[in-house]
Write a protein that binds this ligand. Structure first.
Ligand SMILES: [Mg+2]
Length: 283
């Protein structure tokens, strides 16, 4: 009787590397002026089919991002308000991990300071130093819509802030610099996005990205991370990923930033997104 022979086929394929894409929304995945995502929809559908996770990493609020998650059929965790918190649908990661609260079916990792606390400190600075500080919390939905190009319903969602205030600073460069230095002295952090300055309790897109990279590595094993952004507030996120990509701003130019291995793609916002991601993923 011969012994059974076990044969393990060697196909020569390297172990599968899963791709995770971290992406900014405004001016990157979404058109800077219209906030439309039409251009990216066919590619996003193919990426989802291929099992590639798309992680929103934006200054937008949870309720704003939920609109796009629903429209695009995205179930991945997402980073809100420039890293103020990470929202993870219950059960997305099968292992246990540390989170701070549960709400609406999400496990929430909170990294920022509550919005009301940020507003309290900003009010103090405004009154003590008589500075022109105006944030979304000082405006109604109509005023926000006017400034941003959002419609009224979208502007109402943009006002539902939990971890970060959005400031519209219109003074001289010197006045803006003074306001930003007072914000820093008060122990808050700030960053500059496509249109506005954002003020938080020192959280940023990078720390949140790093936490999710760890969780995805635990879920998927070896991963390759791609990050896509358009503005300064994306730098901390881009610094954490394997392949950082910078799309162009309207007018076909890139924000000036120094980052090793930065891929500057020829293409404004979502058009650049499609070009870079199609090329990098081969999908
Ligand atoms: Mg942006």
């Amino acid at each position: 009787m011969s012994l059974p022979i076990y044969h393990v086929a060697n196909t020569g394929n390297p172990p599968k590397t899963n791709i995770v894409i971290f992406t900014d929304l405004d001016g990157t995945l979404l058109d800077h002026y219209t906030y439309s995502c039409e251009v990216v929809m066919p590619l996003l559908a193919r990426l989802s089919q291929a099992g590639i996770a798309i992680v929103f990493c934006s200054s937008k609020t949870r309720v704003e991002q939920e609109v796009y998650r629903k429209k695009l059929g995205i179930a991945s965790p997402f980073i809100v308000e420039d890293g103020g918190a990470i929202f993870i649908s219950k059960g997305y990661f099968s292992f246990s991990y540390k989170y701070h609260r549960v709400t609406r079916g999400y496990q929430v990792i909170e990294l920022g300071v509550p919005y009301r606390e940020i507003r309290r400190i900003l009010k103090e600075i405004r009154e003590n130093d008589n500075l022109a500080i105006r944030g979304f919390g000082d405006m109604d939905a109509a005023q926000i819509a006017e400034l941003t190009g959002l419609d009224i319903a979208q502007a109402k969602l943009a006002k539902k802030r939990e971890y970060e205030e959005t400031l519209n600073l219109t003074g001289s460069e010197q006045e803006i610099r003074l306001i930003l230095s007072k914000i820093g002295e008060a122990g808050l952090g700030w960053s500059r996005g496509g249109r506005f300055y954002s003020v938080s309790g020192g959280s940023n897109k990078g720390r949140a990205t790093r936490i999710l990279i760890e969780l995805f590595s635990q879920k998927l094993g070896r991963i390759k991370t791609i990050g896509v952004g358009d503005s300064f507030n994306d730098v901390p996120m881009l610094a954490e990923v394997d392949v950082p990509v910078l799309v162009q701003k309207p007018g076909s130019y890139w924000e000036e930033m120094k980052l090793p291995n930065l891929h500057r793609v020829d293409g404004v916002g979502p058009r650049g997104w499609v070009k870079a991601i199609a090329e990098l993923t081969g999908i």
